[in-house]
Every structure is written in structure tokens, then in C-alpha cells.
Write a protein that binds this ligand. Structure first.
Ligand SMILES: [Zn+2]
Ligand SMILES: [Zn+2]
Length: 169
């Protein structure tokens, strides 16, 4: 997924969200899927919809998440312009498994393959490692909590977009 092209139209955003999800699905071409980056709730529709049909919103930095994760004192109407202050990911309150996976792949020696070996040992049918599985594995291996990690990132990158640009390397 070319994450550097994050500045497209809304239509483009929806397509990117679909592709992110399709990765994990055997789906036919007419389905539309949305995944919450915070809790992994996934919704699949059979004709084109938008995130707001599934109680989800997208922030200005293109994080997609359930409305229930909106920052508590920053309730906003479901819209396409959720500001950073209302996004739990941009506010370092919750983590995006997708972003953190990329961060760990770049900054730690832990590989997807190594996590996959462990998963395969338990369930031979598994075909891939989910982002959250990889992230949880690395957190455990580093012996830190998600809060420790979020604090580390916040110190390193006071503004979330700075973190995002570091991921583009
Ligand atoms: Zn969610
Ligand atoms: Zn965000």
C-alpha cells in the first residue's frame, strides 16, 4: 500500500481502506470493507458505502476508527473532517496497529516471519499475521506496554504527522 499518497480525495480514501481490509479476506470485487484501526472491528458491505454507514469516521490524517473511540471531550459529528484533537490515534491515546507495525518493522529486529512461525505452530491453517498480533508480540518481547510505547512516540514526535512522515522514511 503506497502510504505516501495519503492526500487524495475521499473516494481515494475509501479505496485505500478497502484494500487494507481485502488483504485479510477472500472477497469478491463488489464488496466494500472497513476496518477500525483501534479495535480491528471490521464491517463488510456489498455495495459501496462510506465509513459513516458503519459508525466509523476518518480523521484528517486518514485514520479510520469507530465513533466510540473519538476523544471524549472532543465529540464531533460524524464527518470527513475529524480533527487531530478528536482522533485517539493522532492524540496518542490509542494506537493504530497499522502504524505501529510499520514503526516496529523499521526500528526493531522483530520480523513478521518470526511471529508467523509461532502462529503456524498453533494453527496450521493460518495464512497471515494480523497487525495486532505482530504488534502485541513485539510489545511483549520488548517488555513494554502500549502506554509506554505511546509515551515514547509522543516524546519523539510531539505531532502525529511527524511520526507519520518518519514511517515513510
Ligand atoms: Zn473500533
Ligand atoms: Zn488520526
Amino acid at each position: 500500500m503506497p502510504m505516501e499518497h495519503r492526500h487524495g480525495t475521499q473516494k481515494r480514501k475509501i479505496i485505500e481502506v478497502n484494500m487494507k481490509v481485502r488483504y485479510g479476506f477472500v472477497s469478491n470485487s463488489s464488496s466494500t470493507s472497513f476496518i477500525c484501526e483501534v479495535c480491528n472491528r471490521t464491517e463488510v458491505g456489498w455495495d459501496s458505502g462510506s465509513v459513516t454507514d458503519y459508525d466509523m469516521v476518518t480523521c484528517i490524517n486518514e485514520h479510520t476508527f469507530c465513533t466510540e473511540h473519538l476523544v471524549a471531550d472532543q465529540k464531533v459529528k460524524p464527518s470527513r473532517e475529524v480533527p487531530e484533537s478528536a482522533c485517539p490515534i493522532c492524540s496518542y491515546i490509542d494506537m493504530s496497529y497499522c502504524d505501529i507495525k510499520r514503526y516496529f518493522l523499521q526500528t526493531t529486529p522483530y520480523t513478521i516471519e518470526e511471529v508467523f512461525v509461532g502462529i503456524k505452530a498453533i494453527n496450521k491453517r493460518r495464512k497471515k499475521v494480523y497487525d495486532n498480533e505482530y504488534v502485541e508480540y513485539v510489545l511483549k518481547a520488548k517488555n513494554i506496554t502500549s502506554d509506554d510505547l505511546l509515551n515514547e512516540l509522543k516524546n519523539k514526535y510531539p505531532k502525529y504527522p511527524d511520526f507519520m512522515s518518519s514511517l515513510r522514511g
